[in-house]
Design a protein around this ligand. Structure first.
Ligand SMILES: Cc1cc2nc3c(=O)[nH]c(=O)nc-3n(C[C@H](O)[C@H](O)[C@H](O)COP(=O)(O)OP(=O)(O)OC[C@H]3O[C@@H](n4cnc5c(N)ncnc54)[C@H](O)[C@@H]3O)c2cc1C
Length: 300
């Protein structure tokens, strides 16, 4: 028996939907948000794309969870309670039943941070195959920051006007090399070699597909104030795109993840006893001071 004959042996039963559906993207082929001057976050597809009328893609989380918890009532308020319970208790697999496909255009220094997240499927623009476009990221003046004195990985106060000018001159000079790149391509240098002198603020693009659980993990790290502002701008745009698609899961994410706080055993002891934190580690002490401020507790 050949393979085709084998396949013909299966009887496929096509079950019609029990409910009227609508498209969670409202019939659009993509939802775009511009980020900075040249960047973009576009939502290009969602699974589930079709959901029962009156529901959102949160539906797929509840549907999967009910396999483990049994058929509950179908009332939206109870679906909300179930999703929030799952989020609080880190019962994560039902969140993997929703998937998003994005098209991103971002500077290479942002892509470098982004690609560290290993749970997405990625297909990137090839600078071996195609010519890198003449697009460079330029921070706006109000986002030019000085090196932070307290956080080695961050910047805080705005640059003075003289240093601002110098910074833009520095970008002008590296971006001017784009002409050399073009000239070398015209002389027949391979694209894969000509590109190696381009600066990190040149743009790349990719298709990026991820499930909701792993997307929320990405967003919890990259919407956090500790993340670099430029990748945070992209993460915030992605959150704005998924919020109307999975509003209940998005709200639970804000409540139980992004705006929540983890307390260590030492911190719980300090709260319970009113004693100082039992450590001499300066970083841990300053993190505790920040948490206490957030909790509205001020040291006397
Ligand atoms: C503010 C900030 C500063 C950072 N600074 C640095 C830095 O200085 N240097 C640096 O190198 N990186 C740095 N990173 C990157 C960071 O260390 C992580 O690599 C990145 O955030 C991806 O996190 P992740 O591994 O949890 O995410 P993902 O790759 O999306 O993985 C999600 C989860 O899947 C699981 N997982 C995925 N792959 C594996 C695996 N192979 N084995 C086991 N578990 C796996 C883990 O539980 C992981 O948390 C920084 C990140 C942030 C947010």
């Amino acid at each position: 028996m050949n393979k085709q004959e084998q396949a013909a042996d299966f009887q496929i039963e096509k079950v019609s939907r029990e409910f009227e559906t609508f498209d969670v993207m409202g019939g659009s082929s993509r939802w775009d948000i511009k980020v900075h001057e040249h960047g973009m976050v576009a939502l290009v597809d969602v699974m589930p794309r079709l959901v029962p009328i009156g529901m959102t893609a949160d539906f797929a989380i509840v549907q999967a969870a009910r396999v483990s918890y049994g058929d509950g009532t179908k009332r939206v308020e109870e679906d909300r309670g179930l999703i929030r319970y799952l989020a609080r208790h880190r019962h994560t697999t039902p969140f993997e039943m929703v998937e998003f496909k994005f098209h991103h255009i971002m500077p290479i220094f942002v892509a470098r941070q982004w690609i560290r997240h290993r749970t997405a499927n990625v297909n990137e623009y090839s600078a071996r195959y195609s010519v890198v476009k003449d697009r460079f990221f330029r921070p706006s003046e109000d986002s030019l920051r000085q090196q932070s004195t307290t956080n080695r990985q961050g910047g805080d106060q705005q640059l003075d006007s003289l240093t601002t000018e110098e910074f833009y001159r520095y970008l002008d000079s590296v971006e001017a090399h784009y002409k050399d790149y073009e000239a070398l391509l015209n002389k027949g240098v391979a694209r894969e070699l000509a590109r190696i002198g381009l600066p990190l603020n040149v743009y790349t693009e990719w298709y990026w597909k991820i499930d909701l659980h792993n997307l929320l993990h990405f967003l919890s790290l990259r919407m956090d104030p500790h993340a670099q502002k430029e990748i945070r701008d992209y993460a915030n745009a992605m959150f704005a795109l998924i919020q109307p698609i999975v509003p209940i899961a998005a709200e639970a994410f804000l409540d139980y993840n992004l705006h929540s706080m983890r307390l260590s055993r030492l911190e719980i002891d300090a709260l319970r006893t009113g004693q100082p934190l039992a450590t001499k580690n300066q970083r841990e002490l300053s993190e505790w001071a920040a948490k206490k401020t957030q909790l509205g507790q001020v040291d006397s």
